[in-house]
Design a protein around this ligand. Structure first.
Ligand SMILES: [Mg+2]
Length: 181
């Protein structure tokens, strides 16, 4: 599918549970504790090869709670981008983070604010884009932004996702077919 008006098509990716292992309880506060999921670089490479840019969209309310600083989050994201580029030769267009504590902002997923902001900032065609996440709040944010959606979850409850897959391994196998639709 070609993007309208010269705008780029994008795959928005949730972070925890898609890019890296989730941690319970608490938040990932240091790069040393950031464990990339093995299929992620492969997924990202295929996304880029299919002509999509990639943007990570992440809620990090640990910042709002005061349990970690914005600087710590920024450092992790700088390291992530550097590692993806150096070790895997793939690039992210952007990483957008909502640090807010409660749902009163317009950016914390399931609100679509971060996707809308990315679209404005980077000239993205939301209707030609996808949001991939491991929570229904990711799916909801993508849907509200006008994107198609993939939920990666082993035993999903009711979902409005366009496509549901059980694992990141399965996503790596299917992503090219999905994006070609
Ligand atoms: Mg997640």
């Amino acid at each position: 599918m070609s993007a309208a008006g010269g705008k780029r098509k994008c795959v928005f990716l949730d972070r925890d549970g898609i890019v890296n292992e989730r941690t319970y309880p608490g938040y990932i506060e240091r790069w040393e504790d950031f464990r990339m999921l093995a299929p992620f670089p492969d997924v990202l490479r295929k996304v880029r090869a299919m002509g999509y840019v990639a943007v990570i969209i992440t809620n990090q309310r640990g910042v709002g709670l005061g349990s970690m600083t914005q600087e710590a989050v920024d450092r992790i994201h700088a390291n992530l981008r550097a590692q993806l580029k150096k070790e895997h030769g793939v690039e992210l267009l952007d990483i957008i983070c909502c640090p807010h504590l409660c749902d009163a902002c317009s950016c914390r997923k399931p609100q679509p604010g971060m996707l809308l902001d990315a679209a404005r900032r980077h000239g993205l065609d939301l209707s030609a884009s996808w949001m991939i996440g491991d929570n229904e709040s990711d799916v909801e944010a993508g849907r509200r932004a006008g994107c198609r959606t993939v939920l990666v979850a082993e035993a999903p409850a009711d979902t409005v996702a366009t496509i549901c897959l059980p694992s990141m391994e399965e996503l790596a196998v299917r992503i090219e077919d999905i994006l070609a639709e």
